[in-house]
Design a protein around this ligand. Structure first.
Ligand SMILES: Nc1ncnc2c1ncn2[C@@H]1O[C@H](COP(=O)(O)OP(=O)(O)OP(=O)(O)O)[C@@H](O)[C@H]1O
Ligand SMILES: C[C@@](O)(CCOP(=O)(O)OP(=O)(O)O)CC(=O)O
Length: 419
């Protein structure tokens, strides 16, 4: 290793979050994060929901450190340590000829890292920040340390940070194969299709609460495994069949089947939460209202137009068949959940073109929306019950960011910028 010169070597990456359409809930091994069933997710466009992470190494760093959203956090937790250990094990020689830096494979065990990460959406609010975060950490450390680009293996390391993170290693639709081995070596994600396969889907997230939730996924699913008889039935009998049908639906872009499976699986996941002792309630009245709105509409059309799914929180993830359906969905959502403030710009974030497609340019346009025809009791408006909406679509997997402006660590000081 070149010594003396106090160089700082950095790499920056960005990873998307993902939303499961067949849910992961329950572990058969808590330490290795091995699930009780396979799961399938859709990766979201990183422009709207992603983590950006810069990792830096320098002989001047006396210890490993991390900053999340500008605040220093402890790296001592087992999950961060597992990811760091597994990546360091696979590190290879790195050479930067221009700067005269030469790091041998074995040097990485002694070199400390600084990590700075930023999420462009709320952290720990049921929007899978841990998925984007750990996928990004593993991907970016892999780049810094010149780890072999075996995405299956990287996904298996990200899994040890947070189970759902393994699915954020790829874009498009992704399956986490639970695996059989006790050491977890075959528990990894595979890409089913990339993001271009089904690119007319539109995804709208209704952020019902961006506050940190009461029961984390980790402790919630531990309680479920210990107490819910329904979980065994779900994992062993129901999910295997659903996985096959979901793979088929995705391959054939069969929206009807996709939507039905997505909704029933979300509902069964929440049923399993209710079957836990003490019961876990992730959804609230607003979540239930959104389910009812979609169910009534789908029923009136005779075939599903929109799928809904809810993770470990009250936020609704709505998947519309295409832009046309999405316009109708947005009109319904905005009719029922008008903004509290007169600020449409911060009420609808993400892909704004979706909003203009819906013909909604102002608060007056929202007030003028007619009640949905299938609504039996019009004027059911719940102003302020949705904090804001995020418009997105299926997106790509992790990527390296090379522009200096994206770097979150100051290469002169080796510290997170702006802290
Ligand atoms: N960008 C990031 N980089 C590294 N770790 C992160 C990042 N963002 C979040 N995390 C980790 O994930 C934790 C939050 O995970 P948690 O499961 O509580 O919430 P969530 O992932 O937002 O919600 P859910 O998984 O239920 O959808 C944080 O405390 C932190 O340890
Ligand atoms: C409801 C879920 O979002 C649960 C995600 O759980 P996490 O991956 O956050 O849990 P840990 O593995 O303990 O970190 C469903 C899913 O993403 O499949």
């Amino acid at each position: 290793m070149a010594t003396g010169a106090q160089w700082v070597l950095t790499a920056t990456g960005r990873s998307p979050t993902n939303i499961a359409v067949i849910k992961y809930w329950g572990k058969r091994d808590d330490a290795l994060i091995l699930p009780v069933n396979d799961s399938i997710s859709v990766t979201l466009d990183p422009d709207h929901l992603s983590a950006t992470t810069t990792v830096a190494a320098s002989p001047a760093f006396p210890s490993d450190r991390m900053w999340l959203n500008g605040k220093e956090i402890a790296l001592s937790g087992g999950r961060f340590q597992s990811c760091l250990r597994e990546i360091r094990k696979r590190a290879r020689d790195v050479e930067d000829e221009k700067r005269g830096i030469k790091i041998k494979k074995e040097d990485w065990e002694k070199l400390h890292v600084h990590i700075a990460s930023y999420n462009n959406f709320p952290t720990a609010a049921g929007l899978a920040s841990s998925a984007a975060g750990f996928a990004c950490l593993v991907f970016t450390l892999g780049k810094l340390m010149n780890v072999n680009e075996d995405y299956g293996e990287l996904s298996s390391i990200a899994r040890q940070g947070s189970g759902s993170a393994c699915r954020s290693t790829y874009g498009g639709f992704v399956k986490w194969c639970m695996g059989k081995n006790d050491d977890g070596s075959d528990s990894m994600a595979v890409q089913l299709v990339d993001e271009s396969h089904w690119d007319d889907l539109v995804i709208i997230i209704a952020v019902v609460s961006s506050k940190q939730k009461e029961t984390s996924s980790t402790s919630g699913m531990r309680d479920t495994v210990e107490t819910s008889p329904l979980l065994q039935y779900r994992a062993q009998t129901v999910v295997p069949g659903r996985i096959l049908k979901m793979e088929e639906a995705i391959k054939n872009r069969d929206f009807e089947s996709f939507a039905r499976l997505t909704c029933v699986d979300s509902n069964q996941f929440h049923a399993v939460c209710l079957d836990t002792s003490p019961p876990i309630f992730y959804m609230n009245d607003t979540s239930h209202r959104i389910i009812s709105l979609v169910e009534k509409w789908n029923h009136s059309e005779g075939t599903p137009h929109v799928a809904y799914t809810f993770d470990a929180g009250p936020n609704a993830v709505l998947i519309a068949r295409n832009r046309k359906t999405d316009t109708l969905l947005l009109q319904r959502l905005l009719y029922c959940f008008p903004p509290q403030e007169n600020d449409l710009d911060s009420y609808m974030v993400g892909d704004k073109s979706i909003l203009s497609g819906a013909g909604v340019q102002s608060i007056a346009d929202i007030e003028a929306l007619p009640p949905p025809p299938e609504m039996k009791t019009p004027n059911q408006k719940f102003k302020g019950d949705v904090s804001y909406f995020i418009c997105s679509r299926p997106g790509a997997g992790p990527k390296v960011l090379t522009e200096e402006s994206h770097t979150l660590i100051d290469s002169a000081t080796g510290l997170a910028k702006g802290v």
